[in-house]
Structure formats: structure tokens, C-alpha cells
Design a binder for this molecule. Structure first.
Ligand code: C5P
Length: 217
């Protein structure tokens, strides 16, 4: 994997919107993330296009199913030039192992607790405090061959001793008054040990995309 540490989230509705935007990006300065909406809308041709343009790709589908199904899904993902992909750690050790067996060169990132969940959710779902449930999932990650984790900036500070790759969304250098609640600046995230940050709207909706890339790199 390269030294690039900025991942730009390509949260676009379709191929045309995405391809018009990516001509503004340099594959030498950022990685690109393809999520559920664009992948469901356009499928693997998005991966083929981005790969042909020289981009390193993070495919963020957050897989969570029985081990056999996840194994087969990761086998398909690994056929494309995808450097990172996501699974839910809550799928358990067998599912994570099944993903690892199929991954070839693709790194597997475990999603811990979604940033949309809070203390009341973990109490209701697991009869457990948020931090304890988070630590349980990190223990699962540490006991498997998962390559890294995706978590919010708030949890990043709990992972200072972890050797896992840390991929952090929810990054804001200016207040955009949007739906991201637990935010951190790019500088703080890198200083707190983020190996990669994921940034969407502050770059895709910027009036000066090139400048925004420099600012978040
Ligand atoms: O536009 P914004 O910077 O908020 O985009 C963040 C990206 O990171 C989105 O693609 C979003 O789905 C993703 N993400 C997130 N929080 C998570 C996991 C992924 O914001 N916990």
C-alpha cells in the first residue's frame, strides 16, 4: 500500500456524476471510496473505470452475512483492483476468517460500531455500555487477521496501542452544519494515529477541490 492517507468518498448517484468529479482528482494524492449507493446504481464498471484511471480503491459495502456468503462476496471483490474493503466485526470470528481466506491482495477493514449508534442503542441491543461493546469488537479484531478497523474519531483515542490500520470518517476542518456529529479535524485525526481519513462532502462540495485535497492530505 502507498503513502497516501486521504480517502475521498465518491458519494455520487451515478457514473456520470462520479466521472465528472474524478477528473479533478490525482490518483497520486488520494485513494477513492465507493459506497453502497454508487455500487448498487452502477456496479463493477465503477471499479473498472477507477482502476483504469490509476486510482487505489476502497470498496465500502460493510458485508455482514454467514461466513460462506461473505467468503464468496470477498472472492468477487478481490477479482477487481480493490485495495481495501469493509466487513462488520459483529459478523464474528468465523465470518472474519472467511473474508480473510478470500481476500488475496485486498485489505479487510472491520467496521466496529456504526457512528449512528449511541449508548442507548448498545444498551438495548447488547445490554452493554458503548465503550465496553466497542472494546469487545476490538478484541475480536485483534484476535483475527483483519487488517484494520473503521471507527469514529472519538474511538480513535481508545486505540493508541492497537497495531491495526485505523480508517477514520467524520472529519471536518470547518463546521459544515451537516449530519456528522462526532467530528475531528484532519490534523487532529492524523496526530491521534489515523492511518487514513475518509472525507466526502468537504471535498466533493468544495468550491476549490484542489485546495481542499491539499488541506485534508
Ligand atoms: O461527506 P462525509 O465526509 O460525511 O462522508 C463520510 C463518508 O464516510 C461517507 O461515505 C460515509 O458513508 C462514510 N462513513 C461515515 N461514518 C461511518 C462509516 C462510514 O461517515 N461510521
Amino acid at each position: 500500500m502507498s503513502s497516501k492517507r486521504l480517502i475521498v468518498a465518491l458519494d455520487f448517484r451515478n457514473f456520470d456524476e462520479m466521472s465528472k468529479f474524478v477528473v479533478r482528482l490525482d490518483p497520486n494524492t488520494c485513494i477513492v471510496k465507493v459506497g453502497l449507493q454508487l455500487f448498487i446504481a452502477e456496479g463493477a464498471k465503477v471499479l473498472e473505470f477507477l482502476s483504469s484511471q490509476g486510482f487505489e480503491i476502497f470498496l465500502d459495502l460493510k458485508l455482514h452475512d454467514i461466513p460462506n456468503t461473505v467468503h464468496k462476496a470477498v472472492q468477487e471483490i478481490a477479482k477487481y483492483n480493490v485495495s481495501m474493503t469493509t466487513i462488520h466485526l459483529q459478523g464474528g470470528t468465523e465470518m472474519i476468517a472467511a473474508a480473510n481466506e478470500a481476500k488475496l491482495k485486498t485489505k479487510i477493514l472491520g467496521v466496529s460500531l456504526l457512528t449512528s449508534l449511541d449508548e442507548s442503542d448498545t444498551q438495548m441491543l447488547y445490554s452493554n455500555a458503548f465503550d465496553k461493546q466497542f472494546n469487545n469488537l476490538i478484541a475480536v479484531a485483534n484476535n483475527t487477521e483483519v487488517d484494520g478497523i473503521v471507527c469514529s474519531s472519538k474511538e480513535l483515542v481508545m486505540l493508541s496501542d492497537s497495531p491495526l490500520l485505523k480508517v477514520i470518517p467524520g472529519i471536518r476542518n470547518q463546521n459544515l452544519l451537516d449530519d456528522q456529529k462526532r467530528v475531528m479535524t484532519s490534523k487532529e485525526a492524523y496526530e491521534n494515529g489515523a492511518n487514513y481519513i475518509v472525507v466526502g462532502r468537504p471535498i466533493t462540495q468544495s468550491e476549490n477541490i484542489e485546495q481542499a485535497i491539499i488541506e485534508y492530505s
